[in-house]
Design a protein around this ligand. Sequence first.
Ligand code: CUA
Length: 352
Amino acid sequence: MTQLLGRIRRLGLPGAILLAGVALSACGKNTVQPQNVLDPKAPIARDLDRLWDPVFAIAVVVFVIVEVLVVMVAIRFRRRGDDDSPKQIHGNTAMEFGWTAAPALILAVVGFFTVINIGKLDAYPKAGPDVMRVNVTGHQWWWEFDYPETGVVTANELHIPVGKTIDVRLASADVIHSFWPPKLAGKLDAVPGRLNHMQIKTDAVDAGQTFWGQCAEYCGLSHANMRLKVVVHTPASYAAWEENQTASASYALPADTEAGNGAALFRSKGCGGCHTINGYTAGKVGPNLTHFMSREVFAGAIFPNDVESLRAWLRDPPKMKPMMPNNGLGMPNLNLAETEISDLIAFLQTLK
Ligand code: CUA
């Protein structure tokens, strides 16, 4: 017995350090913990956090009471000998009433404030001069952002003007996904055959900042590689972004250059069968690449949009990101030659 207690005591300090480490791991800075729900940066995320805090406090109190009772009972009524057993009783009306009523009361209080908060979230405007609509579609395994007011279609990076309420119309092209930019707003499922709504609103201080998010519903092989970025612009910088996205381009590139060869390869290798480039190809399976170079990331926002990553990607896409091209999910390996890859990259680089 004393040996056992000594062992437990020796475990005390490392155990406490481990526990503190686990608890404090939620307190990182923006760069270390880009998806920390406990660090809300926008009004809707703060509304959610204000509900989360007291509910967590209640949960901690309940947890401590239950665990203390469990340990107390285990010690007090432990078996002391071979023919030892505690006094056997059957039923206790007062206790049974208590442990039914207390949780019901606690849940009623939590439920009351939850319903109040749902009403508050529902009060964010869904239409009007300060609202901008974006159709968000989850695909295996990337996000499509379509701005119906301007016709802009982009992927994986949601660009929004600061201060406006963004009315997100959420849909899915295949299976259930979940749209989740934790520092800005809540989490909502994208369900095939349904249109779900959520709002994103930002503060003046969010302008110029980028926020990370990801798919939060298991959606197959590359669920973990279905991330997203929300770029919050000042009004002027948003106008510039929008102007660039709505500009049309010419694809009449000189034939004997890398970019010209790449443009031809884009069609002959079948890229255009999956990817739309406005005015050039009209594929509907993969991301719209019309202004591809204006994006900082690609392939579900998991790779930086630079020559090195593009080259590795075009050499063997399913090696870079698990996909099932034989089932029509994700980009296949086109077995491109190195010169073809260089030509395609040169063409992509014209898509500003
Ligand atoms: Cu899409 Cu998980």
